[in-house]
Each structure stands twice: as C-alpha cells, then as structure tokens.
Write a protein that binds this ligand. Structure first.
Ligand SMILES: [Zn+2]
Length: 419
C-alpha cells in the first residue's frame, strides 16, 4: 500500500512551479477549515508582478490566503507570505504568485471549477454550493470567457447566422452572430443593438480576412442586417432563414385570430375561436385529440383564421422543393393566392416574401444545408440562458453568460481537471 497525505495529493493535482506544499493544518480559529502552507522551492527566485522577470527577494509581506477548491464540506486555503522583489527594471515590487491572478484572493483552478459548474447551475446556486460570493462566480465566468475569446480558433468559419433577440427592457434588442457550419455551431459575437451600425461593428472586429472566408449567411428579413451583409460579404450567398419565415407566418395567423375573436365577441357571436390559439400555430400532425375534434367542427366555416391557417399550411410545401426554379414558381403562385385572400396581415408577409424572392430561393441554392434547425436550436438555448440569468444586475453579466453557454470557448488549461 502506498501511503498518501493531502500534500501528496496536492502535489499530484495542483503542482506549483517553483513552490512546495509545506504543511496542512486545521485553521486554529475557523472550524472545518484547512490551511495549506506554501513556500518557495529553495533557490527559486520570485517573479516580479510588474514585468514578469525573476528578481531577488529582500523581504516579505504578511501572510495572505487564497481560496482553494473545497472538499468534503471543508474550506481549503493556500497560505503564503509573498516576497517583496527588488526588480532591476521596476524597482521594489511584490512577487506574482503562479496560482492566482493579480490581487485576487481566489486560486485560478478554483475559478475555472466555478465557471464549469456555472454551465450546469445558476450562478446563485454555484455560489451557495461552493460557499463563495455571487461576484466570485461572475468574476470566474468572465475570466474564463475572456480567456476563451482571446484564444479561440476562428479559422474555417464558412457559414454565419445572424439574429436579433429581445432582452430585458422594452424595445431593447441584441444582435447575435453565430457560426452555423456543420462541424461547429457556436455563438461568435453579441452586439448591443440591432441597427446596421451594430452589425457593421461585428465585421470590423472580425476583420477582412475572416469576412473573405464566409460563403453563406443566414438571416431574417430585417433590412439593416441585409444592408450590412450586402456591403461586407459581397461574395457570400445570403439566405433567408426558414425559422424566421415560419415565425412571421404564424404571427400573421395570430393577428388574424385575435381580430376575428374580438369582432365575434363584439357582434355577440358564438366564440368559436376560444382557446384555439395553439391549434392554429401547430402543424396538423401535432394536434391533440381535442384540438383535432374542434378543428373538424370549424371545417367548412367561413372563419378568416381558418383560411389563413390553410394558406400557411399550404406554404409548408415550399420547403420540400429541390430546384430553386420550381420553388420560385410555387412561391409566385402562393403569393398570388394570398394577395386575393383579403387577409391583410398575411398579405403583408407575402409581399415581403415576394420582395425577397431571390434571397429566399438561395435556400435551395445552398442545398438547404444551412438553415432553420440550427438558428432555431441556438435561439432556444439563448432563451434558456437568459431565463436562468434573469435577475442579473447588469447586461454585462448576461452577455458573459451567453458567451459561456454558447460560445464553445476554449478554457484555461491546468494539470488536473477538478470538475
Ligand atoms: Zn519587474
């Protein structure tokens, strides 16, 4: 049997270059707290916190302690008295310790550990579970995200998706840019508005070399985005996203249903449309038994909502075409039919589809490779993350949370994974 101590374990999982674990002891005052004494390896000079070069030590600061990863319900601290360095370049400074960053009183490995848990739990739960403050968790996630953004590989990005998302306050939108390649789907960038200038900023940040590699860009019909894309990615195939079109069509049905419900109520007619909202927004095959029965009852009625539903349902066929030519013919016929329908909200969508005909048909040019599911899936994840981060005091925290959850960012590397 090989005898091990906590020191042996620490040396194995968290070796510190130029330092040794000296002692492990209970804290004399605070119960259930372990203090791990660290000292410099003999002959190893300290590193100047100013320039990062080694220099002779001449004195010590008082002992300080750093939060380490707790275990078995015990808190753990590294304890060390940093040397004052007589740096040739910077003059007298304090040494930089390799286990923590700057003046922070928390070890880097612990910060990574907190950030990794913050992907699974809410930040408040992480703080509670590991007995740190909320700000520590935020700081940890931010640190990992900053590292990730700094070190991520942006080569080989061919397909982009752009989307706006409603955040917090009324009329407040963010622009999210995703990579939607088959081999990698991730959030690349967050812009603080949804104007043309916002999106311009993305292209500026990522640079011309990056832009030149983009072959496909998926977006909705939001004019400012379309403008920015046309200017910065002249070579890319611009594709209108299926997900957003389906959403627009559903919004039209919803508007028609609301109007009609109200009109029927005002006229004292039978409230046929009551509690039917979801049935009209679903595909037929997803109806529940009850919804199927009620829809059968409506059949043959002259309800405007039903007519709108049937027109939108017919549009689904559009996505099944393989050839852009035939898809185009179908689109024209469908738009003509809607134009005669006297359903104003739906007519508006049809007009907009017609005016973006070319971009819509690009969906078929790109062999349907990039669209729908991808942005939709990422969107759902964004909503979930924002929901979980509800109550965050600042927009910065929300932004960091999104990058952390969806950025697929590389993380700082340590000898051992504590997660
Ligand atoms: Zn220095």
């Amino acid at each position: 049997m090989c005898h091990i101590t906590l020191k042996t374990i620490l040396r194995e999982v968290h070796p510190i270059k130029g330092f040794v674990y000296q002692s492990v002891a209970w804290d004399p005052v605070v119960p259930k707290t372990v203090r791990v004494g660290v000292s410099e390896r003999q002959g190893c000079r300290g590193i100047c916190s100013g320039c990062g070069k080694k220099g002779p030590g001449y004195d010590r600061q008082p002992e300080r302690q750093w939060d380490f990863i707790p275990f078995w319900g015990l808190l753990v601290f590294l304890v060390y008295a940093p040397r004052r360095i007589d740096c040739r370049k910077c003059g007298p400074t304090i040494e930089k310790v390799p286990w923590a960053t700057g003046k922070l009183q928390i070890c880097d490995v612990f910060r990574l550990f907190l950030a990794q848990w913050a992907r699974l739990l809410s930040w408040a739960e992480v703080a509670r579970s590991f007995r740190v403050g909320w700000a520590d968790v935020y700081g940890a996630v931010k640190w990992v995200v900053d590292y990730g953004i700094e070190n991520r590989d942006l080569s080989g990005v061919v397909a982009l998706g752009v989307d706006e998302i409603h955040v917090g306050k009324k009329d407040k939108f963010w622009t999210l840019v995703y990579q939607i390649d088959n081999h990698c789907k991730r959030l690349l960038w967050i812009g603080n508005d949804r104007t043309e200038e916002t999106f311009d900023l993305f292209f500026e940040v990522f640079g011309t070399e990056f832009c030149a590699g983009i072959r496909f860009i998926c977006s909705d019909m939001w004019k400012p985005y379309l403008n920015a894309v046309a200017r910065h990615l002249p070579q890319a195939l611009q594709i209108l996203d299926r997900f957003h079109i389906v959403k627009k069509l559903n919004e039209a049905i919803d508007e028609i249903r609301r109007e009609e419900s109200r009109a029927r109520a005002d006229a004292g007619l039978d409230p046929l449309l009551k509690k039917m909202r979801w049935a009209f927004l679903k595909k037929r095959c997803n109806w529940t038994k009850g919804q199927r029965r009620r829809m059968r009852d409506l059949e043959g009625s002259a309800l405007r909502t039903l007519r709108a539903f049937l027109l939108v349902e017919a549009f689904q066929h559009f996505w099944t075409y393989a050839s852009p030519t035939w898809a185009g013919k179908f689109l024209d016929a469908w738009c003509a039919k809607v134009a005669r329908s006297r359903l104003a909200p739906l007519k508006k969508v049809a007009r907009s589809l017609k005016s973006h005909r070319r971009l819509l048909l690009n969906y078929f040019e790109a062999a349907k490779q990039y669209s729908s599911g991808v942005v939709e899936g990422l969107n759902a994840k964004v909503k979930l993350t924002l929901k979980r981060s509800y109550g965050f005091r600042t927009e910065n925290a929300r932004e960091v949370a999104l990058y952390h959850a969806l950025g697929k960012l590389p993380e700082p590397i340590f000898t051992h994974s504590f997660f």
